[in-house]
Ligand binder design. Structure first.
Ligand SMILES: Cc1cc2nc3c(=O)[nH]c(=O)nc-3n(C[C@H](O)[C@H](O)[C@H](O)COP(=O)(O)O)c2cc1C
Length: 221
C-alpha cells in the first residue's frame, strides 16, 4: 500500500524529471552493484513492443554490465572506438558530394572528429560502468524505439539514486559487429543495442532548462 498522496508523488516525479541530466564527468568511485540492479530493474519495467517481439520464447531484453578496469571493458573499448572511426570515415565520404548532408551533419561530424582526437569514446572507460542493453530484433523493426523507453526508465532511476547517467549512442552501431557481439555472447545482426554509462557525478548540474509548455503547444480546434 502506497503511503504518499498524489501531490507528494507528483512533487517527487517532477523533481526527478527536472534533475535528470546528461552527466559526462564521473568520480572514479564504483557505485554499489545493487544500485545497478535497481537501474536494470527500472529498465525492465519500461514498455516494449509486444506485437513485434511477442512470439519469442527467449526473453527479448538483455543487459551487459562492464566495470571500469575489467578485462571485458579493455576488450570492448577499442571495438567501440573503431566504430567511431568507421562512422567518421563513412560520413566524410558521404558528405564529400552531398552539400545538404554536409550542412546537416557538420556538428555530428565535428563530434566524431573530437572523439577521434580524444582517443576514447565518452562513457566507455571514462565512467565506472558501461551498460549495454540488447533487444531481440522483431517485426516491425521498432527495437531502437523500445530501447529508448528502457534507457529513459534507467536514466530516471539513476537520477533518483543520485547517480550520473550518460547515453553512449554509438553502441547502436555495434549490433552487427561480430567481435563485439561475441564478447556479449549474442549473435551479430539479431539484436538492437543501446548503451549508457553510470557513476557518481563529478560535479552537480543545474536542472534542465526547457521552454514553457504553452510556448510550444498548439491546442487544435
Ligand atoms: C538519441 C539520443 C542520443 C544521444 N547520444 C548521446 C551520446 O552518445 N553521448 C552523450 O553524452 N549524450 C547523448 N545524448 C544526450 C543529449 O546530448 C542530451 O540529452 C541533451 O544535450 C540534453 O541535455 P540533458 O540530457 O542534460 O537534459 C543523446 C540523446 C539522445 C536523445
Amino acid at each position: 500500500m502506497c503511503t504518499i498522496n498524489q501531490d507528494q508523488k507528483n512533487a517527487i516525479l517532477d523533481e526527478i524529471l527536472a534533475t535528470r541530466r546528461s552527466y559526462r564527468m564521473f568520480l572514479p568511485v564504483i557505485p554499489p552493484e545493487d544500485d545497478i540492479r535497481r537501474i536494470i530493474h527500472a529498465g525492465l519495467l519500461a514498455p516494449y513492443a509486444a506485437a513485434a517481439v511477442g512470439s519469442s520464447k527467449d526473453y527479448f531484453r538483455r543487459f551487459f554490465v562492464f566495470r571500469n578496469g575489467s578485462a571485458s571493458m579493455a576488450a570492448v573499448q577499442p571495438l567501440v572506438f573503431r566504430q567511431v572511426t568507421a562512422m567518421a570515415a563513412a560520413l566524410d565520404h558521404d558528405m564529400a558530394d552531398k552539400p545538404r548532408l554536409r550542412a546537416q551533419a557538420v556538428t555530428f561530424a565535428q563530434r566524431l572528429s573530437m572523439i577521434q582526437k580524444m582517443g576514447t569514446v565518452p562513457g566507455v572507460g571514462t565512467a565506472p560502468y558501461y551498460i549495454v542493453v540488447a533487444e531481440k530484433k522483431g517485426f516491425p523493426p521498432v527495437g531502437q524505439q523500445s530501447l529508448a523507453h528502457c534507457l529513459e526508465n534507467m536514466w530516471l532511476k539513476a537520477t533518483a539514486l543520485e547517480l550520473g547517467f550518460q547515453l553512449v549512442s554509438i553502441t547502436a552501431q555495434l549490433g552487427d559487429d561480430p567481435a563485439f557481439c561475441e564478447i556479449l555472447g549474442i549473435t551479430a545482426g539479431e539484436w538492437e543495442l543501446a548503451g549508457c554509462a553510470v557513476g557518481f557525478p563529478k560535479d552537480e548540474l543545474s536542472p534542465a532548462i526547457r521552454p514553457a509548455a504553452d510556448d510550444v503547444t498548439r491546442w487544435m480546434d
